[in-house]
Design a binder for this molecule. Structure first.
Ligand code: FMN
Length: 278
């Protein structure tokens, strides 16, 4: 029996995100158990940027609930991630967890390629902002194979199912979770499948999901993207993800080499400003 983990980045009990996850689960064609994590139930502290997780077998040194969430992700066969739009982006609980993701780099072999789907919920049609991109970034950086993502609109708890289309969307997401290949979006980055771009002028664009640049041209009225792989990739292949982890580990050596120079620069900024403390 497959173990599906539903990660819900909404603090609202029985809100639209939770209901969408359960509806998606009901359309997964394989026998499975659905385990659920509501991120706001957990004490997730802010990453302090100490990088110790990269060197310690036991992972992050902060004493909080990250290990519970990490173990649930490692233990799952597939993920469903749902987040509501909060001020034009995914609820911050998802980013708070993702910010702790350096410790996931110790588990590339177990994490790489887990099937995943993502659903963004927004209260006002068209006002989701970067919510879906936030969910897709979470899914890519947790090394999943993103099968399909979608946005559903609905503000009040349950309102998402006033619209029958959202039930269909849930069914498509559920059916795609264990499908052999990810859904191909009509206009997307050929490297990572992302469909959010920054326009840099002169037909140049940058994919906001994999951070690679290239060009966009129109062919028969439709945009065609050519995006080139950079030298430092974060999640396009398992090997590059492992290399990224190794590159980060080498930062310790770089830090030691440059320590006195860095200290000199930093000390010049030690004073100044009045700190407001809690
Ligand atoms: C603080 C706050 C900010 C919100 N910001 C947005 C927003 O920027 N865009 C939008 O479409 N909906 C926004 N909403 C509405 C929620 O996305 C919507 O109610 C959604 O259904 C909540 O999902 P949930 O029931 O899973 O919590 C916001 C809601 C709250 C409470």
């Amino acid at each position: 029996m497959k173990k599906i983990l539903g990660i819900i980045a909404s603090p609202r009990n029985l809100g639209n995100s939770e209901m969408m996850v359960k509806e998606i689960s009901s359309h997964i064609p394989l026998a499975h158990e659905l385990n659920l994590l509501r991120l706001s139930d957990f004490n997730i502290r802010h990453c302090t940027g100490c990088y110790q997780c990269l060197f310690k077998k036991e992972g992050c040194v902060l004493d909080d609930d990250l290990h519970i969430i990490q173990n649930a992700i490692l233990d799952a066969d597939a993920l469903i991630v749902a987040a509501p739009a909060y001020f034009l982006g995914a609820n911050a609980a998802l980013k708070l967890l993702l910010d702790r993701g350096l410790s996931f780099l110790n588990h590339v072999e177990k994490l790489w390629g887990k099937p995943a789907v993502g659903i963004a919920v927004a209260g006002i049609e068209g006002k989701e902002g970067s919510t879906l991109l936030g969910i897709e970034s979470f899914l890519k950086l947790t090394m999943t194979e993103v099968k399909k993502t979608a946005i559903a609109y609905g503000a009040l708890p349950g309102e998402v199912f006033f619209n029958e289309q959202n039930k269909k969307t849930a069914a498509e997401l559920g059916e795609s979770l264990f499908a052999p290949a990810p859904e191909k979006k009509a206009y997307a980055c050929p490297l990572c499948g992302g469909d959010t771009f920054r326009f840099l002028g002169d037909n140049k664009v940058k994919c906001m999901l994999c951070s690679n640049s290239g060009t966009m041209r129109m062919e028969s009225g439709s945009p065609v993207f050519e995006i080139n792989k950079g030298e430092h990739e974060l999640f396009l292949t398992k090997e590059e993800t492992i290399q990224h982890g190794e590159w980060l580990q080498k930062m310790k050596g770089r830090f030691k080499e440059q320590k006195s120079r860095l200290k000199e620069i930093s000390m010049a900024y030690k004073e100044g400003g009045n700190w407001i403390k809690p």
